[in-house]
Design a protein around this ligand. Structure first.
Ligand code: SF4
Ligand code: FES
Length: 252
């Protein structure tokens, strides 16, 4: 395949960025999107030019490190697919592809296509610990968990923290991410002691970090590679309401 790429290049957080056009000839349709960028970078290095900076780690769709706006869509054109699991066969010979970083005030660009998603780490840290007895391993099934709750908690825990939901949302809201993290502990017995204080703390930090509010547009769920449902946002709002009735930062 012969492609034309329009790639966001930005030397540093403070520099002004712009789209730079690169020809990408002889690309195999079997390559992943990131492998295609690897080839482009090898060619840039061969010419003595600065390679394109982009984030990646597992390249298996499980770590949440990769994330690019591809033709204006977070993670590109395939549903339920991370950038690293997107393959070039989903594009056509001769295509022009625009590649940009996540765009959100809370995710400042560090360089080229790399953004700082430390705000997500700070929200997770605000969630704190769970109270659980330590000691020897408990016998299996000593804490009964209804199957529906176990399944839903597992669905929520599938969130890989990639940030596509924020990048896709016109408000740059992090509600889908935070709701998934709140739900996966809040639905299990082990997560009950701190359930209400946890949601208040996490939402406070989410707001402090500059993410926007949710107006139920649904772009977040549409691009989420793990198909996290907006139902979790409704659950989180219910927990927040209960927390406000019970009194902030207490679980009684
Ligand atoms: S909710 Fe989905 S899009 Fe948002 S961070 Fe989690 S996996 Fe990524
Ligand atoms: S590099 Fe790990 S999910 Fe893409």
């Amino acid at each position: 395949m012969n492609l034309t790429l329009h790639v966001w290049r930005q030397k540093s957080a403070k520099a002004t960025g712009s789209l730079v056009t690169y020809a990408a000839p002889d690309i195999s349709p079997d390559m992943s999107f990131l492998e295609m960028l690897d080839v482009v970078n090898e060619r840039l290095i061969g010419k003595g030019e600065e390679p394109i900076a982009f984030d990646h780690d597992c390249r298996e769709g499980i770590c949440g490190t990769c994330g690019l706006m591809i033709n204006g869509v977070a993670h590109g054109p395939e549903r339920a697919t991370t950038t690293c699991q997107l393959h070039m066969r989903h594009f056509r010979d001769g295509d022009e592809i625009t590649i940009e970083p996540w765009r959100a005030n809370a995710f400042p660009v560090i360089k080229d296509l790399v953004v700082d998603r430390g705000a997500f780490d700070r929200i997770i840290a605000a969630g704190g610990f769970i109270s659980a007895s330590t000691g020897s391993a408990p016998d299996a099934n000593t804490i009964p968990v209804p199957k529906e709750n176990a399944d839903k908690a597992m669905d929520a825990a599938a969130c890989i923290g990639c940030g596509a939901c924020v990048a896709a949302c016109p408000n740059a809201s992090a509600m889908l991410f935070v709701a998934a993290k709140v739900a996966h502990l809040g639905m299990l017995p082990q997560g009950q002691p701190e359930r209400y204080s946890r949601v208040v703390r996490m939402v406070e930090v989410m707001d402090e970090e500059g993410f926007g509010g949710c107006t139920n547009i649904g772009e977040c769920a549409a691009v989420c590679p793990k198909e996290i449902s907006m139902e979790f946002i409704a659950r989180m709002n219910r927990d927040l309401l209960v927390a406000s009735v019970k009194g902030r930062r207490t679980n009684e």
